[in-house]
Design a protein around this ligand. Sequence first.
Ligand code: XMP
Length: 362
Amino acid sequence: DDLCCAVAVDFSAGVYSRLSGRTTCPPGLFFEDDTANRRTAMKIVEIPAGKLNARRFIEEKVQEIAQTVSDGSAITALSGGVDSSVVTVLGHHALGKKLAVWFIDNGLMRQDEPQSVARLFKKFGIQVEILDARSTFFDALKGITDPEQKREAITQTFYKRVFGELVRSRGARHLLQGTILTDVEETVAGIKRQHNVLEQLGIDPQEAFGYGVIEPLVELRKDGVRKVARALGLPEAVYNRMPFPGPALAARVVGEATPERLELARKATAIVESELRKVKAFQYMAILHEDRFAGMRGGKRDFGLQVEVRCWNSVDARTAKPVWLAPPVLKKLARRITEEVPGVVSVTYNIATKPPSTIEAV
Ligand code: XMP
């Protein structure tokens, strides 16, 4: 009964080889030659949320993780999002003390995020270590303005440098992570390189980084993951948590993600999140643009910054529509952002749909 999801990429455009740096077909991918258009397709058996038996899924995944890690140990990177939270709890059930849980503070997270995630998981009896990797990420992002290069720099920094060192220092052989089917599809299709997609791009983590990657959620979409989170007994704050991308605020800073520009995006994000919390939307965010705009402050010209607000309705992030926010809400957002975020003279609201837009800006 399971749906078979085939992800197709225009191979002639070289998308696959550009993303993976490989021209041969890795295991799990197969080529299809439809003569007019060479395509590479990858088969993952999707478990749609409606058909998901969450309890059975949990039992199977716990068993699979325990078998794969066997008498070794593993680490998991917890960001506090529903995907990594579910993976952490599954890993905790499967491995207990053989699982080390880390929150990587990459300097790209929202206000107080590392500490609040660690506090929350402590309540479930899961100890979270915080790793301060801010300067490593800032160095890696220095001077990069191209969106895909930014994502690639974040991927390399996470997997090669940060996790590589962590896994080695802990003597672990596996990294558990919460990749979901939508991440794989969009990456393989060349839409957006999701930071956590490796093997599906032909990157063998064992070969490239020196450890294996376990992805228990790769057959699910966001709605399925939320169902598993509920079945695991996680609180609503976790299972209904708004998605937040792996590249974090770097996906919301157009152009170079410097510590200063990230700080402006962080301030704008805090305002948007506090003002839109009561709107029951799938996801909302603030984006810092690169262009400058003529403005005025204190009777003087101010060639300032622009922040774009987005607020989406969606079920599974594959398509999305803007929420038609009420004028008083928009007015308050504009007032607070221009008053509280230094240098901002323009605030816009996105009214396009996905597609052709995507949820994040970068
Ligand atoms: P887009 O921007 O592609 O986003 O329409 C779809 C959903 O995925 C989230 N997103 C990511 N999640 N790693 C992730 O784990 C990433 O690199 C990434 N990029 C986007 C995004 O927030 C939205 O919910």
